[in-house]
Ligand binder design. Sequence first.
Ligand code: SF4
Ligand code: SF4
Length: 683
Amino acid sequence: MTAPLLELDNVTISYQRRRDLVDAVRNVSLVVQPGEAYGLVGESGCGKSTLAMAVLRYLPRNGLLTSGHVLFEGRDLFTMTAPELRRIRGDRIAMVYQNPGSALNPTIRVGAQVAEVYRHHRGLAHRAATEAALDMLRKVRISEPDRVAALYPYQLSGGMQQRVVIAMALASDPALLVLDEPTTALDATVQADILDLFQDLRGELKASILFISHNLAVVQQVCDRIGVMYAGELIEQGTIREVFQRPRHPYTAALFDCIPDFGVRKKDRRLAGIAGGVPDLADLGTGCLYEPRCLISRTVCRVDHPELMRAGTRHLSRCFFHMETPLPGSAAPLAGVAQSPENGRSDRLPLLSLNKVGRRFGKAHILDEIDLEIAPGETFGLVGESGSGKSTLAKVIAGLVPPSTGTVALNNERVAGTASRRTRRQRRDVQMVFQTPDATLNPKKRLASILGRAVRVLAGLTGRRKRDRSSALLADVQLPPKMMTATPDRLSGGQRQRVAIARAFAGDPKLVILDEPTSALDVSVQASILNLLLDLQRESEVAYLFISHDLAVVRYLSDRIGVMYLGEIVEIGPAERVFRPPFHPYTQSLIAAVPRLGTEKPARPVSLDVAPSGPADRPSGCPFHTRCPRAYDPCRTEAPPWRDAGEGYMIRCWIALDALEASQTAALRTRRKPDPVRVGPRP
Ligand code: SF4
Ligand code: SF4
C-alpha cells in the first residue's frame, strides 16, 4: 500500500478566546493518498477551513495545534523550520482561495505573475518562465494566452481571474492542491466551467486535491472521497458513491434533505430542514454533539460520545445507530408547517406593473425596457448572472433607484421613482430584504428597538400596541420572546435574516422583494428561511419578488420566473414551463450549469465560458450573441422577437420555438458531450 501524501493524525486545533481555549477542530484523523481528490464539507463554523489552514500551517495568531500531527510526505509540518516550511508551501503544496482578486497582485500583469512562480519555485530563466506561463494559461483553458497574459487582474472577469490563480498554483507542480471554496464566489455558469476544468486537470496532473466546500454537489463532481464535519468533528467519511448513495450519519442525511432537488416544487413538499442550531463550541456536553437535533437519538446518545466506527468497506460514521440513518427524502417536515399552495392569481388586477422601465448610468444600459406584472400573493422568481440587472430592477421597484425611463405602478396607480416621494402607504406596501442583513441592522440596537421603530414608521403604532405588534412579529419569524432584548451582533446569520424579514413585515406589505435572502446562509438555515417565507405568505397573501442565482431554490419557491441577461428579460413564464424545452439558449446554459446531487457525474450540454459583455459595451442585436453557441447572422445585428408559447410563456430568440424544442429535447436525451469551450477576457 502506498504511503499517504497527507495525514492528519488525531488533530485538535484550538483558538484562544479571552482566557479560554476553544476547540474548533477535535481529534480529526484523515489521509489523502497520492493522486486522490478528497472533499471536506460542512456548514459554517464546522472547522473545515481551520483544517485547511492547518495543512499549510497558516493558523491565525490565536490558533494552536493542541494535539496530534499534520504529516506531509511523512514529515510533521508543525516541527519544520521556517525555511523548510517555505519550501514546502511554494513547491509541494499550493492553495486556491475563494476570492481570486485577493490572491493576485493588481499592479502586475497576470502573465508576469504566473512566470514569477516558474522563476522562483522552478528556477527557470526569464524567457523560459514566460513561455511556461503561456503554456500553463493554455492548460487552464485560456484560449488567447498571449493577449490575456498582458492584462492586469482588474481587466479579467472573476472566472478568468480564478483560472489565473489556478495556473499559478499548478505552475509550481505541487503534490497537493488545497482548494478552499474555489467556486463559491463565482456565477453558476463560471463555476460549472471551473469544475469541469478541475475534472480535466485531474486526468492530466498528478497532484492530489483537498477540496473544501459547503456544497455537496460540487464536491461530488470533483472528488473520490468525502469527509463530513460537524461542530469540529469528522462525523462521516467514505467514497463519494458510498456517502451519496447511502449516508450513514443522520446529519449528512439531513443535509441532503435541506437542498431542494432540482425538480421539486413547493406544492410537492416542504423542505425538511434541521431543527435547532450548531452547539456552542465553548460549551459542549458529554454525549453526541448532534444529539439535540437528531431525529433518531436515544438515551445513550446523551451520555456517551460516539467514536468513528465502520459503516461499510471504506465508510466510517460517528453514530451509534448508523445503520438506522433515515434515507434522504424520508424525514418529516419541520413541525408546524404544511404544504404550500401554488399562487398565481392572474384573474385579479396586477399588484405591480412595470411599463418599459429602463435605467442608465452614463452610457451603460443597466435595464432596458422591462415590462413585468406581479399578481397579489404570487411569487415571481428572477434569475441571471451577476451584472444582469436583477438587483437594479429590485431597487427601482423599491424606489431606491429611480428609473431613467418607463413607469412603475402599484395597484394600478403610478408611483414616484424614489421612495421619499411615494406616499406612506406606497412605501409600506413595498419592502425589501437583502442578502446580508448586517448592513441594514444596527448591531448595537436591541431587537425591541429595531422592530419597534419599524412598527412605528410603517404601521403608525405607538405605546402598548407597538410593543404587542413587535412581539407578534418576533413570534411570526419563530424567534423566542427573550430575544427582544438581544442585539443583532449576538445573533447567528439565520436569526439576523429572520429579524430583517420580521421588520419587512411590520406594516403588512403587499410586496416583499427578497434579494438573494438565503445566499449567505448554510443549507439547513436556508431551508428554514424558505419554509418561513412560505408560512408568512400563506397567512398574509403577500407577493414576493425572489431574486437568486440558485436555480433550484427559485424553481422550488416561484410561481413564475423571469430570466434576465444584460438588463433585459429574455424568457418569462410559469416556473414549471421555464425549466423544460423549449427554453432560451441562455436559460439552457444556466440550467446545465447547476451542480446536482446524484451518483453520476453530470454532462454539461452547453459551455458559456466567454466573459459576458458589460452594460457599457452592450452588443448589438441579441445581447447574448457573443456567448450563444447557436448565434447566427441576424442575432448579431437585429434585436430578436418575442416568441409566444401560450399560457404566459415567452422566449426572446431568433430561433423558432419548435426548432429550439427539438434540439434541446435531443440534447437532454443523449446527454451529449460539452460543446467546445470558448474562453476570452472581458472586452
Ligand atoms: S449517536 Fe445518537 S444522537 Fe448521535 S447521530 Fe447517532 S443516533 Fe443521533
Ligand atoms: S437570438 Fe440568436 S444569439 Fe440570441 S439567444 Fe437566440 S440564437 Fe442565441
